[in-house]
Design a protein around this ligand. Structure first.
Ligand code: HSE
Length: 455
Protein backbone atom coordinates (compact mmCIF):
# COMPACT_ATOMS: atom_id res chain seq x y z
CA UNK A 1 0.00 0.00 0.00
CA UNK A 2 1.36 3.44 -0.87
CA UNK A 3 1.50 6.19 1.74
CA UNK A 4 -0.67 9.24 0.88
CA UNK A 5 1.33 12.31 -0.08
CA UNK A 6 1.87 15.11 2.43
CA UNK A 7 -0.62 17.28 0.53
CA UNK A 8 -3.32 14.59 0.66
CA UNK A 9 -2.67 14.00 4.36
CA UNK A 10 -3.03 17.75 5.02
CA UNK A 11 -6.28 17.88 3.03
CA UNK A 12 -7.72 14.92 4.95
CA UNK A 13 -6.71 16.49 8.29
CA UNK A 14 -8.30 19.81 7.31
CA UNK A 15 -11.48 18.07 6.20
CA UNK A 16 -11.64 16.09 9.44
CA UNK A 17 -11.33 19.30 11.43
CA UNK A 18 -14.20 20.89 9.46
CA UNK A 19 -16.30 17.77 9.96
CA UNK A 20 -15.70 17.57 13.70
CA UNK A 21 -16.06 21.18 14.75
CA UNK A 22 -19.66 21.99 15.67
CA UNK A 23 -21.86 23.10 12.79
CA UNK A 24 -23.10 26.63 13.42
CA UNK A 25 -26.75 27.48 13.16
CA UNK A 26 -28.45 30.88 12.95
CA UNK A 27 -32.13 31.17 13.84
CA UNK A 28 -34.38 33.68 12.14
CA UNK A 29 -37.18 34.12 14.67
CA UNK A 30 -37.27 32.62 18.13
CA UNK A 31 -40.93 32.16 18.94
CA UNK A 32 -42.59 28.91 19.97
CA UNK A 33 -40.72 26.63 17.56
CA UNK A 34 -37.40 28.50 17.82
CA UNK A 35 -37.30 28.29 21.59
CA UNK A 36 -38.27 24.61 21.42
CA UNK A 37 -35.42 24.01 18.97
CA UNK A 38 -32.97 25.75 21.29
CA UNK A 39 -34.17 23.70 24.28
CA UNK A 40 -34.14 20.33 22.50
CA UNK A 41 -30.67 20.93 21.06
CA UNK A 42 -29.37 21.86 24.50
CA UNK A 43 -31.07 19.07 26.42
CA UNK A 44 -30.18 16.30 23.97
CA UNK A 45 -26.89 17.66 22.70
CA UNK A 46 -24.88 14.59 23.64
CA UNK A 47 -27.26 12.15 21.95
CA UNK A 48 -27.58 14.43 18.93
CA UNK A 49 -23.82 14.75 18.57
CA UNK A 50 -23.42 10.97 18.74
CA UNK A 51 -25.89 10.69 15.89
CA UNK A 52 -24.72 13.64 13.78
CA UNK A 53 -21.02 12.99 14.21
CA UNK A 54 -20.41 16.56 15.29
CA UNK A 55 -21.98 19.18 17.52
CA UNK A 56 -24.84 21.40 16.38
CA UNK A 57 -24.78 24.85 17.98
CA UNK A 58 -27.13 27.77 17.67
CA UNK A 59 -24.64 30.62 17.78
CA UNK A 60 -26.73 33.49 16.43
CA UNK A 61 -30.39 34.48 16.66
CA UNK A 62 -32.29 37.25 14.91
CA UNK A 63 -35.54 38.43 16.43
CA UNK A 64 -37.24 41.81 16.53
CA UNK A 65 -37.74 41.35 20.28
CA UNK A 66 -34.06 41.21 21.18
CA UNK A 67 -34.63 41.31 24.95
CA UNK A 68 -37.03 38.36 24.90
CA UNK A 69 -34.72 36.42 22.58
CA UNK A 70 -31.80 37.04 24.96
CA UNK A 71 -33.86 35.79 27.88
CA UNK A 72 -34.41 32.50 26.00
CA UNK A 73 -30.86 31.83 24.77
CA UNK A 74 -28.84 33.44 27.58
CA UNK A 75 -25.17 34.38 27.32
CA UNK A 76 -22.94 33.02 24.58
CA UNK A 77 -25.42 33.37 21.72
CA UNK A 78 -25.32 36.53 19.65
CA UNK A 79 -28.77 38.09 19.37
CA UNK A 80 -29.53 40.70 16.73
CA UNK A 81 -32.65 42.40 15.41
CA UNK A 82 -31.55 42.18 11.76
CA UNK A 83 -32.02 38.77 10.12
CA UNK A 84 -29.64 39.77 7.32
CA UNK A 85 -26.80 39.97 9.85
CA UNK A 86 -27.22 36.21 10.41
CA UNK A 87 -27.15 35.51 6.67
CA UNK A 88 -24.09 37.71 6.25
CA UNK A 89 -22.15 35.95 9.02
CA UNK A 90 -19.60 33.67 7.28
CA UNK A 91 -19.39 31.41 10.35
CA UNK A 92 -23.06 30.38 10.06
CA UNK A 93 -23.50 27.12 8.11
CA UNK A 94 -27.27 26.66 8.43
CA UNK A 95 -30.03 29.28 8.56
CA UNK A 96 -33.27 28.18 10.23
CA UNK A 97 -36.20 30.27 9.01
CA UNK A 98 -39.01 30.36 11.58
CA UNK A 99 -40.61 33.68 10.66
CA UNK A 100 -43.44 32.23 8.57
CA UNK A 101 -45.56 33.70 5.77
CA UNK A 102 -44.74 34.46 2.15
CA UNK A 103 -43.32 37.98 2.61
CA UNK A 104 -39.95 38.71 4.18
CA UNK A 105 -39.41 34.99 4.81
CA UNK A 106 -39.17 34.38 1.04
CA UNK A 107 -36.59 37.12 0.54
CA UNK A 108 -34.52 35.87 3.49
CA UNK A 109 -34.60 32.21 2.40
CA UNK A 110 -33.48 33.16 -1.13
CA UNK A 111 -30.76 35.43 0.26
CA UNK A 112 -29.53 32.68 2.60
CA UNK A 113 -29.37 30.26 -0.35
CA UNK A 114 -27.53 32.85 -2.46
CA UNK A 115 -25.04 33.23 0.42
CA UNK A 116 -24.40 29.48 0.23
CA UNK A 117 -26.17 28.59 3.49
CA UNK A 118 -28.25 25.48 3.97
CA UNK A 119 -31.78 26.34 5.06
CA UNK A 120 -34.18 24.64 7.44
CA UNK A 121 -37.73 25.95 7.43
CA UNK A 122 -41.09 25.12 8.98
CA UNK A 123 -42.80 27.44 6.50
CA UNK A 124 -45.42 25.39 4.64
CA UNK A 125 -47.07 28.45 3.10
CA UNK A 126 -43.79 29.60 1.57
CA UNK A 127 -42.91 26.19 0.11
CA UNK A 128 -46.43 25.38 -1.14
CA UNK A 129 -46.54 28.65 -3.07
CA UNK A 130 -42.89 29.42 -3.93
CA UNK A 131 -41.27 25.99 -3.53
CA UNK A 132 -40.38 25.62 -7.21
CA UNK A 133 -38.34 28.84 -7.20
CA UNK A 134 -36.74 28.09 -3.83
CA UNK A 135 -35.75 24.49 -4.66
CA UNK A 136 -34.35 25.57 -8.05
CA UNK A 137 -32.22 28.25 -6.37
CA UNK A 138 -30.98 25.74 -3.78
CA UNK A 139 -30.20 23.15 -6.46
CA UNK A 140 -28.24 25.70 -8.51
CA UNK A 141 -26.25 26.72 -5.45
CA UNK A 142 -25.70 23.16 -4.21
CA UNK A 143 -27.32 23.75 -0.81
CA UNK A 144 -30.09 21.91 1.01
CA UNK A 145 -33.49 23.26 1.97
CA UNK A 146 -34.96 20.96 4.61
CA UNK A 147 -38.59 21.24 5.65
CA UNK A 148 -39.69 18.27 7.76
CA UNK A 149 -41.37 20.67 10.22
CA UNK A 150 -43.54 22.15 7.48
CA UNK A 151 -45.89 19.15 7.27
CA UNK A 152 -47.58 17.55 10.27
CA UNK A 153 -45.14 19.07 12.80
CA UNK A 154 -43.32 16.32 14.65
CA UNK A 155 -44.46 13.42 12.43
CA UNK A 156 -41.56 12.49 10.12
CA UNK A 157 -43.86 12.26 7.11
CA UNK A 158 -41.47 13.96 4.68
CA UNK A 159 -38.76 11.47 5.62
CA UNK A 160 -41.22 8.59 5.25
CA UNK A 161 -42.50 9.70 1.85
CA UNK A 162 -39.16 10.76 0.43
CA UNK A 163 -37.00 7.93 1.72
CA UNK A 164 -38.81 5.17 3.59
CA UNK A 165 -41.41 4.65 0.86
CA UNK A 166 -39.10 5.31 -2.07
CA UNK A 167 -39.69 1.82 -3.54
CA UNK A 168 -43.38 2.51 -3.95
CA UNK A 169 -45.65 3.97 -6.53
CA UNK A 170 -47.71 6.11 -4.15
CA UNK A 171 -51.43 5.72 -4.89
CA UNK A 172 -52.94 8.22 -2.46
CA UNK A 173 -52.40 10.14 0.73
CA UNK A 174 -55.12 11.26 3.12
CA UNK A 175 -54.23 13.22 6.21
CA UNK A 176 -55.57 15.06 9.21
CA UNK A 177 -52.93 17.74 8.87
CA UNK A 178 -54.44 20.61 10.81
CA UNK A 179 -54.72 20.22 14.56
CA UNK A 180 -56.92 23.26 15.14
CA UNK A 181 -59.72 21.98 12.93
CA UNK A 182 -59.41 18.43 14.24
CA UNK A 183 -59.76 19.78 17.77
CA UNK A 184 -62.87 21.74 16.74
CA UNK A 185 -64.45 18.76 14.96
CA UNK A 186 -63.71 16.45 17.92
CA UNK A 187 -65.34 18.90 20.31
CA UNK A 188 -68.36 19.37 18.04
CA UNK A 189 -68.87 15.61 17.96
CA UNK A 190 -68.19 14.96 21.65
CA UNK A 191 -70.33 17.77 22.98
CA UNK A 192 -72.89 18.18 20.19
CA UNK A 193 -71.98 21.87 19.96
CA UNK A 194 -72.05 24.09 16.88
CA UNK A 195 -68.98 25.36 15.06
CA UNK A 196 -69.06 28.98 16.31
CA UNK A 197 -69.30 27.94 19.97
CA UNK A 198 -66.43 25.47 19.71
CA UNK A 199 -64.26 27.93 17.77
CA UNK A 200 -64.58 30.44 20.64
CA UNK A 201 -63.64 27.74 23.12
CA UNK A 202 -60.66 26.70 20.97
CA UNK A 203 -59.48 30.32 20.86
CA UNK A 204 -59.83 30.62 24.65
CA UNK A 205 -57.74 27.45 25.11
CA UNK A 206 -55.08 28.56 22.62
CA UNK A 207 -55.88 25.84 20.06
CA UNK A 208 -57.07 28.44 17.54
CA UNK A 209 -55.49 31.79 16.74
CA UNK A 210 -57.36 35.08 17.17
CA UNK A 211 -57.52 35.18 13.35
CA UNK A 212 -58.22 31.50 12.66
CA UNK A 213 -58.83 31.92 8.90
CA UNK A 214 -55.87 29.85 7.62
CA UNK A 215 -56.83 26.91 9.81
CA UNK A 216 -60.63 26.87 9.62
CA UNK A 217 -60.80 27.64 5.90
CA UNK A 218 -58.49 24.70 5.13
CA UNK A 219 -55.65 26.85 3.75
CA UNK A 220 -53.01 25.55 6.18
CA UNK A 221 -54.01 21.95 5.41
CA UNK A 222 -53.87 22.70 1.67
CA UNK A 223 -50.33 24.04 1.99
CA UNK A 224 -49.30 20.76 3.60
CA UNK A 225 -51.26 18.60 1.16
CA UNK A 226 -49.64 20.49 -1.74
CA UNK A 227 -46.15 19.67 -0.43
CA UNK A 228 -47.00 15.99 0.14
CA UNK A 229 -48.56 15.74 -3.32
CA UNK A 230 -45.40 17.09 -4.96
CA UNK A 231 -43.22 14.61 -3.07
CA UNK A 232 -45.56 11.66 -3.62
CA UNK A 233 -45.95 12.10 -7.38
CA UNK A 234 -42.84 14.02 -8.41
CA UNK A 235 -44.72 17.09 -9.64
CA UNK A 236 -44.07 20.76 -8.87
CA UNK A 237 -45.83 22.31 -5.85
CA UNK A 238 -49.13 23.73 -7.15
CA UNK A 239 -51.03 25.30 -4.29
CA UNK A 240 -53.05 27.44 -6.73
CA UNK A 241 -54.58 24.25 -8.22
CA UNK A 242 -55.68 22.78 -4.87
CA UNK A 243 -59.41 22.63 -4.14
CA UNK A 244 -59.98 24.01 -0.64
CA UNK A 245 -63.06 23.90 1.55
CA UNK A 246 -62.87 24.52 5.30
CA UNK A 247 -65.12 23.51 8.19
CA UNK A 248 -66.98 26.79 8.83
CA UNK A 249 -70.24 25.61 7.29
CA UNK A 250 -70.25 22.21 8.97
CA UNK A 251 -73.28 21.64 11.18
CA UNK A 252 -73.56 19.55 14.33
CA UNK A 253 -76.63 17.86 12.75
CA UNK A 254 -74.49 16.33 10.00
CA UNK A 255 -71.87 15.11 12.46
CA UNK A 256 -74.73 13.35 14.30
CA UNK A 257 -76.28 11.79 11.19
CA UNK A 258 -72.85 10.67 9.99
CA UNK A 259 -72.32 8.97 13.33
CA UNK A 260 -75.65 7.12 13.00
CA UNK A 261 -74.47 5.83 9.63
CA UNK A 262 -71.11 4.67 11.02
CA UNK A 263 -68.96 7.61 9.90
CA UNK A 264 -66.95 10.46 11.44
CA UNK A 265 -66.37 13.80 9.74
CA UNK A 266 -62.73 14.88 9.46
CA UNK A 267 -61.03 17.70 7.57
CA UNK A 268 -58.80 15.71 5.24
CA UNK A 269 -56.03 16.77 2.92
CA UNK A 270 -56.20 14.29 0.06
CA UNK A 271 -53.99 13.73 -2.94
CA UNK A 272 -54.61 10.85 -5.29
CA UNK A 273 -53.09 9.45 -8.45
CA UNK A 274 -55.69 9.08 -11.20
CA UNK A 275 -55.29 7.90 -14.76
CA UNK A 276 -55.26 11.38 -16.30
CA UNK A 277 -54.05 13.53 -13.46
CA UNK A 278 -53.70 14.10 -9.76
CA UNK A 279 -56.39 15.02 -7.26
CA UNK A 280 -55.37 17.61 -4.68
CA UNK A 281 -58.10 18.69 -2.28
CA UNK A 282 -58.94 19.66 1.28
CA UNK A 283 -62.50 19.40 2.56
CA UNK A 284 -64.61 17.94 5.36
CA UNK A 285 -64.92 14.23 4.66
CA UNK A 286 -66.99 11.36 6.02
CA UNK A 287 -64.64 8.52 6.97
CA UNK A 288 -65.81 5.09 8.26
CA UNK A 289 -65.66 5.22 12.09
CA UNK A 290 -63.78 1.92 12.09
CA UNK A 291 -60.73 3.39 10.30
CA UNK A 292 -57.85 4.29 12.63
CA UNK A 293 -57.66 7.79 11.15
CA UNK A 294 -61.32 8.40 12.04
CA UNK A 295 -60.33 7.96 15.70
CA UNK A 296 -57.62 10.60 15.71
CA UNK A 297 -59.00 13.10 18.20
CA UNK A 298 -58.21 16.57 19.50
CA UNK A 299 -55.30 18.49 18.03
CA UNK A 300 -53.46 15.35 16.88
CA UNK A 301 -52.44 14.78 13.26
CA UNK A 302 -52.33 11.57 11.22
CA UNK A 303 -51.45 10.74 7.64
CA UNK A 304 -52.38 7.59 5.74
CA UNK A 305 -50.22 6.72 2.74
CA UNK A 306 -51.16 4.02 0.27
CA UNK A 307 -48.22 2.60 -1.65
CA UNK A 308 -48.41 -0.21 -4.21
CA UNK A 309 -45.77 -2.34 -2.52
CA UNK A 310 -46.22 -1.55 1.16
CA UNK A 311 -50.02 -1.22 1.17
CA UNK A 312 -51.51 1.16 3.71
CA UNK A 313 -49.29 2.88 6.28
CA UNK A 314 -50.33 5.33 8.99
CA UNK A 315 -48.29 8.05 10.71
CA UNK A 316 -49.67 9.65 13.86
CA UNK A 317 -48.45 12.33 16.26
CA UNK A 318 -48.43 15.97 17.25
CA UNK A 319 -48.70 18.30 14.30
CA UNK A 320 -47.80 21.47 16.13
CA UNK A 321 -46.34 22.79 19.35
CA UNK A 322 -42.93 23.89 20.51
CA UNK A 323 -40.94 20.69 21.02
CA UNK A 324 -42.86 18.43 18.60
CA UNK A 325 -42.09 20.86 15.77
CA UNK A 326 -38.55 21.35 17.12
CA UNK A 327 -38.13 17.58 16.89
CA UNK A 328 -38.52 17.90 13.10
CA UNK A 329 -36.30 20.99 12.85
CA UNK A 330 -33.48 19.26 14.75
CA UNK A 331 -33.85 16.13 12.61
CA UNK A 332 -33.28 18.34 9.56
CA UNK A 333 -30.22 19.89 11.21
CA UNK A 334 -28.79 16.42 11.80
CA UNK A 335 -29.50 15.44 8.19
CA UNK A 336 -27.67 18.50 6.93
CA UNK A 337 -24.77 17.77 9.29
CA UNK A 338 -24.45 14.29 7.84
CA UNK A 339 -24.84 15.29 4.22
CA UNK A 340 -23.30 18.68 3.84
CA UNK A 341 -19.91 17.38 2.75
CA UNK A 342 -21.57 14.96 0.31
CA UNK A 343 -21.67 15.63 -3.40
CA UNK A 344 -24.93 17.65 -3.90
CA UNK A 345 -26.02 15.25 -6.66
CA UNK A 346 -25.97 12.38 -4.17
CA UNK A 347 -28.19 13.98 -1.56
CA UNK A 348 -31.90 13.19 -1.25
CA UNK A 349 -33.68 15.42 -3.82
CA UNK A 350 -35.87 18.13 -2.28
CA UNK A 351 -39.06 16.68 -3.75
CA UNK A 352 -37.94 13.02 -3.69
CA UNK A 353 -37.55 12.82 -7.47
CA UNK A 354 -34.46 14.04 -9.31
CA UNK A 355 -35.04 17.63 -10.51
CA UNK A 356 -34.69 16.58 -14.18
CA UNK A 357 -37.17 13.72 -13.68
CA UNK A 358 -40.13 15.75 -12.43
CA UNK A 359 -43.45 15.14 -14.22
CA UNK A 360 -45.92 17.75 -15.46
CA UNK A 361 -48.99 15.64 -14.65
CA UNK A 362 -52.00 17.94 -14.32
CA UNK A 363 -53.83 18.60 -11.07
CA UNK A 364 -57.45 17.76 -11.90
CA UNK A 365 -60.17 20.39 -11.47
CA UNK A 366 -62.67 19.57 -8.71
CA UNK A 367 -65.38 18.73 -11.28
CA UNK A 368 -63.29 15.71 -12.35
CA UNK A 369 -62.61 14.43 -8.84
CA UNK A 370 -64.19 11.09 -7.94
CA UNK A 371 -65.69 10.66 -4.47
CA UNK A 372 -68.78 9.37 -2.76
CA UNK A 373 -71.24 11.78 -1.13
CA UNK A 374 -73.35 12.30 1.96
CA UNK A 375 -76.44 14.35 1.13
CA UNK A 376 -78.93 15.84 3.58
CA UNK A 377 -82.14 17.13 2.10
CA UNK A 378 -84.87 18.91 4.02
CA UNK A 379 -87.95 17.65 2.20
CA UNK A 380 -91.73 17.82 2.41
CA UNK A 381 -92.93 14.65 4.10
CA UNK A 382 -95.31 13.58 1.32
CA UNK A 383 -95.78 10.78 -1.21
CA UNK A 384 -93.38 10.57 -4.16
CA UNK A 385 -90.58 12.82 -2.86
CA UNK A 386 -88.03 10.05 -2.37
CA UNK A 387 -88.79 8.68 -5.81
CA UNK A 388 -88.26 12.10 -7.48
CA UNK A 389 -84.88 12.39 -5.81
CA UNK A 390 -83.71 8.88 -6.57
CA UNK A 391 -84.83 9.36 -10.19
CA UNK A 392 -82.59 12.41 -10.56
CA UNK A 393 -79.66 10.51 -9.06
CA UNK A 394 -80.31 7.55 -11.37
CA UNK A 395 -80.52 9.88 -14.41
CA UNK A 396 -77.03 11.12 -13.50
CA UNK A 397 -75.78 7.56 -13.12
CA UNK A 398 -75.19 8.10 -9.38
CA UNK A 399 -75.65 4.93 -7.40
CA UNK A 400 -77.14 5.06 -3.88
CA UNK A 401 -75.36 3.25 -1.07
CA UNK A 402 -77.72 3.97 1.88
CA UNK A 403 -80.77 6.07 2.74
CA UNK A 404 -81.84 7.27 6.17
CA UNK A 405 -85.04 9.12 6.84
CA UNK A 406 -85.48 10.80 10.16
CA UNK A 407 -88.77 9.89 11.81
CA UNK A 408 -91.03 12.96 11.67
CA UNK A 409 -92.47 14.25 14.90
CA UNK A 410 -96.25 14.30 15.29
CA UNK A 411 -97.75 16.95 12.98
CA UNK A 412 -94.42 17.79 11.32
CA UNK A 413 -94.70 18.43 7.59
CA UNK A 414 -91.06 18.11 6.67
CA UNK A 415 -88.25 15.70 7.39
CA UNK A 416 -84.54 15.11 6.81
CA UNK A 417 -83.58 12.66 4.13
CA UNK A 418 -79.99 11.43 4.29
CA UNK A 419 -78.47 9.70 1.27
CA UNK A 420 -75.05 8.12 0.95
CA UNK A 421 -73.90 7.55 -2.62
CA UNK A 422 -71.23 5.38 -4.16
CA UNK A 423 -68.30 7.02 -5.93
CA UNK A 424 -69.21 9.44 -8.66
CA UNK A 425 -67.64 12.26 -10.63
CA UNK A 426 -68.10 15.55 -8.81
CA UNK A 427 -69.31 17.43 -11.89
CA UNK A 428 -72.12 14.91 -12.32
CA UNK A 429 -73.08 15.28 -8.66
CA UNK A 430 -73.16 19.08 -9.02
CA UNK A 431 -75.63 18.79 -11.92
CA UNK A 432 -77.80 16.38 -9.93
CA UNK A 433 -77.70 18.66 -6.88
CA UNK A 434 -78.91 21.62 -8.96
CA UNK A 435 -81.84 19.53 -10.29
CA UNK A 436 -82.75 18.23 -6.80
CA UNK A 437 -82.53 21.71 -5.34
CA UNK A 438 -85.02 22.95 -7.93
CA UNK A 439 -87.71 20.47 -6.75
CA UNK A 440 -90.54 22.25 -4.92
CA UNK A 441 -90.53 19.49 -2.29
CA UNK A 442 -86.89 20.25 -1.34
CA UNK A 443 -87.36 22.94 1.28
CA UNK A 444 -83.84 24.11 2.18
CA UNK A 445 -80.36 24.22 0.67
CA UNK A 446 -79.07 20.65 0.28
CA UNK A 447 -76.05 19.80 2.41
CA UNK A 448 -73.44 17.73 0.57
CA UNK A 449 -70.25 16.39 2.15
CA UNK A 450 -67.73 14.18 0.38
CA UNK A 451 -67.14 10.66 1.68
CA UNK A 452 -64.04 8.49 1.37
CA UNK A 453 -63.82 4.83 2.39
CA UNK A 454 -59.98 4.95 2.56
CA UNK A 455 -59.98 1.20 2.04
N1 HSE B 1 -52.11 25.75 12.86
C1 HSE B 1 -51.60 24.49 12.52
C2 HSE B 1 -52.51 23.40 13.04
C3 HSE B 1 -50.24 24.19 13.07
O1 HSE B 1 -53.52 23.70 13.66
O2 HSE B 1 -52.23 22.24 12.81
C4 HSE B 1 -49.14 24.55 12.17
O3 HSE B 1 -49.40 24.29 10.84
Amino acid sequence: MTTPSVAVQAHVAERREVETKPIQVGLLGIGTVGSGTFKVLQRNQHEIQRRAGRGIEITMVADLDVARAKSIVGEGVEVVADARAVIANPAIDIVVELIGGYGIAKALVLEAIAAGKHVVTANKALLAVHGTEIFAAAHAKGVMVAFEAAVAGGIPIIKALREGLTANRIEWIAGIINGTTNFILSEMRDKGLDFATVLKEAQRLGYAESDPTFDIEGIDAAHKATIMSAIAFGVPVQFDKAYIEGITRLQATDIRYAEQLGYRIKLLGITKRREHGIELRVHPTLVPAKRLIANVEGAMNAVVVQGDAVGTTLYYGKGAGSEPTASAVVADLVDICRLHTADPDHRVPHLAFQPDAMADTAILPIEQVVTAFYLRLRVADEAGVLSKITTILAEHDISIDAVLQRESAEGEKSTDLIILTHDTVEGRMRDALAKMQALSSVLAPIVSIRKEELA
